[in-house]
Write a protein that binds this ligand. Structure first.
Ligand code: FES
Length: 283
């Protein structure tokens, strides 16, 4: 069992959990992810490692409540436990030998980006961060990212904070004035990463994205997370989730991400699985 040490609400329906998991914390690196299960009937949920503390033996995850399973996690409190925490899974994001980096986070993408920003800042890399969300209340980790970056730009779709518009608008403006950057790391909604990669391609800047593909086992066995990168089939769970953004077939990924949309809607409407799980628990 993996006990919850701390819980914090970062934004409406977005919770941060610090969980006791010494063996995972000892090996976790930025870019890794975990698969968590609340109890024996729960869905396996892949979640990025948002931070880790090797001394304390803890890992941090950030969860947005969007359906039954994520609500089940968000309802947990300090001292509750997860039945399973598998990880660290995937490959860490490699960023050796870069001096000037732009990090772009959209929505919950700030969570997986944060440990990478932290490690780059520690190495003395010059960092500009662009943090975007639909609205001010959905911006997370703003202060943490500001502390680690030379400059932090905020964008919101509705203009409630920072620049009104998308992260790509801000990115274009920065690159128009100065395009001498070694790398752009973009993590957020698939469509955001697609457009960031299109912008950086024009400027010929290396670009890394982290894909939130559909996952089942997380160990390369089921093929659920497959993605075409540079014409080759890769599995996000074992070959990624970070890939060269200029090589990812985003249109295929956007199509695949809709595979279970109708079922997800059904679950939301009828709480089909929720009712099923509750019935099993009660019997
Ligand atoms: Fe099954 Fe990646 S999640 S192969």
């Amino acid at each position: 069992m993996y006990q919850i040490l701390e819980k914090e609400e970062l934004a409406p329906k977005i919770q941060k959990f610090e969980i006791s998991a010494p063996q995972i914390a000892a090996k976790a690196e930025p870019g890794h992810f975990l698969i968590v299960r609340v109890d024996e009937f729960a869905e396996r949920i892949p979640l990025t490692v948002a931070d880790y503390d090797r001394e304390q033996g803890s890992v941090t995850i950030i969860v947005q409540e969007v359906g039954f399973s994520s609500k089940q996690i968000c309802d947990l409190e300090i001292d509750d436990s997860f039945l399973d925490l598998v990880g660290p899974l995937g490959k860490p994001i490699e960023t050796e030998d870069y001096d000037r980096v732009i990090c772009v986070a959209g929505g919950l993408g700030a969570a997986p980006l944060y440990p990478k920003v932290k490690s780059l800042a520690k190495k003395g890399v010059e960092l500009i961060t662009i943090l975007g969300a639909q609205s001010e209340e959905l911006l997370i980790l703003e202060e943490d990212l500001a502390d680690l970056s030379q400059e932090l730009y905020i964008t919101t779709d509705n203009g409630s904070k920072g620049r009104k518009g998308f992260v790509t608008d801000q990115l274009e403006e920065i690159l128009t004035e100065d395009d001498q950057f070694d790398l752009v790391i973009a993590i957020g909604p698939m469509i955001m990463m697609k457009f960031v990669a299109e912008v950086t391609k024009e400027y010929d800047i290396d670009t890394m994205v982290s894909l939130n593909s559909l996952m089942v086992d997380g160990t390369g066995m089921c093929g659920g997370c497959r993605v075409t990168v540079g014409g080759e089939t890769k599995f996000s769970c074992v070959d990624g989730p970070a890939f060269d953004g200029h090589l990812v077939d985003f249109n295929e990924q956007l199509q695949r991400s809709k595979t279970y949309q109708d079922k997800e809607e059904k679950v939301k409407e009828h709480e089909f699985w929720g009712a099923d799980c509750r019935a099993k628990r009660e019997n």
